[in-house]
Design a protein around this ligand. Structure first.
Ligand SMILES: Nc1ncnc2c1ncn2[C@@H]1O[C@H](COP(=O)(O)OP(=O)(O)OP(=O)(O)O)[C@@H](O)[C@H]1O
Length: 426
């Protein structure tokens, strides 16, 4: 593996080189050796004979990243995402292929792994900072801003072993992003922080991006991948399945996930005793978003002209949803709405920030949007509805009612299909 010298921030002469390649992976492969028992491993070591099975977590992965690009890495569990990130960060060595990296590389992987549990948060800034190339003098200058970003207050003077996992993430993120890198590698670690902190992290990442930092972002959140990434790499079974513009790759990946989900649901239905198969899917409980008396949250989503039933029947050619939310102090929220067919076949997703259609203020941090679909062009069937509450930037999700209800639509025609697309005959 070759690594070009650490250059720090790109200099002015270099600033025009927006298309400079900062990361190049060629034929990258990682093999794990699997032994049936520790004895087999020892036997292998002593005799020099192969007593292992080999498992290639990554094989023949090639791609290039240019300065300022943000790349998403997606894939099913076990696809090789973490292995790839560790190779790029240099915490693992490849067994095949070549890797070239230019400039200062910062990885937000296994956040907090570099902390000493008995040292205080403050002492750990100096201790862990020295391991990522921030010397004592530089840390004295950075300390105040790191402490402020982490927002841990007096806890900075307590040993890190007394911290919750969320507190460790705060300290670690604040530390590793204190100096702007040329290449930032981020994994799902961000999902550990609370909503408010996640938002601060996303803002910092977006600011790096605007300054030309290249970002590699591994996430299970399609929303964040779409919002942040220009290109996306889809790994499957350790190999590149697709690499290209985010929307094209995400579309293909979502289709793959739907088919996978459908196959699982069908096999479950096959083994479930007495399952009728034609019952609408039960709404999935909302994710654990913060729900305090003042936290930002969805308060209601009323669908006009619904006749109660299981599921409720839409007794109108129009679908009109009135969504009321509570936003955060001094911030105009954004609202999203999604319609899916059963089994998660997405039909449409809409969001106020995408369309410049800000919610209307009702005072006291309350906001409302009315979303209308005149002459709803859906064919007869059951449809699952979800509501999203986003922050002002539209990047962080503050609340989610995921598949919170199912409605039945009965349309006059009997033709098969999902939607009546606008059309004309001639
Ligand atoms: N230390 C290890 N020893 C042996 N096999 C490993 C090791 N680490 C990972 N693997 C295997 O390598 C493959 C890729 O793992 P990896 O953790 O990179 O996947 P991933 O895409 O990050 O998965 P997830 O989304 O579940 O985190 C998996 O089959 C995994 O079981």
């Amino acid at each position: 593996m070759s690594e070009a010298g650490k250059t720090g921030a790109p200099d002015a002469a270099d600033a025009g080189a927006a298309d400079r390649v900062v990361l190049r992976a060629r034929g990258l492969g990682k093999e794990y050796k699997l032994y049936d028992s520790p004895r087999q491993r020892l036997k292998g070591l002593l005799t020099g004979r192969a007593t292992h099975r080999s498992h290639w977590a990554l094989r023949d992965v090639s791609f290039e990243l240019r300065r300022g690009q943000c790349i998403g890495v997606i894939g099913d569990n076990g696809a090789g995402k973490s292995t790839l990130l560790k190779l790029l960060a240099g915490t693992l060595q490849p067994n095949a292929g070549e890797l070239e990296r230019v400039g200062r590389v910062t990885a937000i992987l296994e956040l907090g792994a570099g902390f000493h549990p008995d040292f205080t948060g403050r002492d750990n800034l100096y201790f862990a900072g020295s391991m990522i190339g921030i010397d004592h003098e530089a840390m004295s200058r950075l300390e105040a801003s790191i402490v402020e970003f982490a927002g841990l207050g007096q806890a900075m003077n307590r040993p890190v072993k007394t911290y919750s996992s969320g507190m460790v993430v705060r300290l670690a993120f604040a530390l590793v992003t204190a100096v702007e890198p040329d290449l930032l590698i981020i994994d799902e670690a961000l999902a550990v922080g609370d909503q408010h902190f996640q938002k601060k992290c996303i803002e910092r990442i977006s600011a790096f991006r605007e300054n030309g930092c290249t970002i590699l972002f591994c996430s299970h959140s399609p929303y964040h991948v779409r919002s942040l990434c220009d290109v996306t790499l889809w790994l499957q079974g350790g190999q590149v399945r697709e690499f290209g513009p985010t929307e094209a790759v995400m579309g293909a990946y979502e289709k793959h996930s739907r088919l996978l989900g459908q196959a699982e649901a069908e096999s479950e239905a096959g083994v479930r005793d007495g399952a009728s198969g034609d019952e609408p899917a039960a709404p999935t409980p909302a994710l654990p978003y913060e729900r305090g008396p003042t936290s930002a949250m969805i308060l209601s989503c009323e669908i006009a002209n619904l006749v109660p039933g299981k599921p409720a029947l839409l007794d109108s050619p129009d679908l009109v949803a009135t969504i009321t939310v509570r936003g955060k102090d001094g911030e105009r929220p954004n609202i999203g709405f999604m319609i899916e067919q059963e089994k998660g076949v997405g039909i449409t997703s809409l969001a106020t920030h995408e369309e410049g259609a800000a919610p209307v203020s009702l005072g006291d941090n309350l906001w409302r949007s009315v979303l209308s679909f005149p002459q709803l062009p859906l064919h007869s069937g059951d449809y699952e509805l979800s509501v999203f509450l986003f922050d002002e930037s539209g990047l962080a999700t503050d609340d989610l009612w995921f598949k919170y209800t199912v409605i039945r639509v009965v349309s006059p025609g009997l033709m098969p299909g999902l939607v009546r697309l606008p059309h004309h005959w001639s």
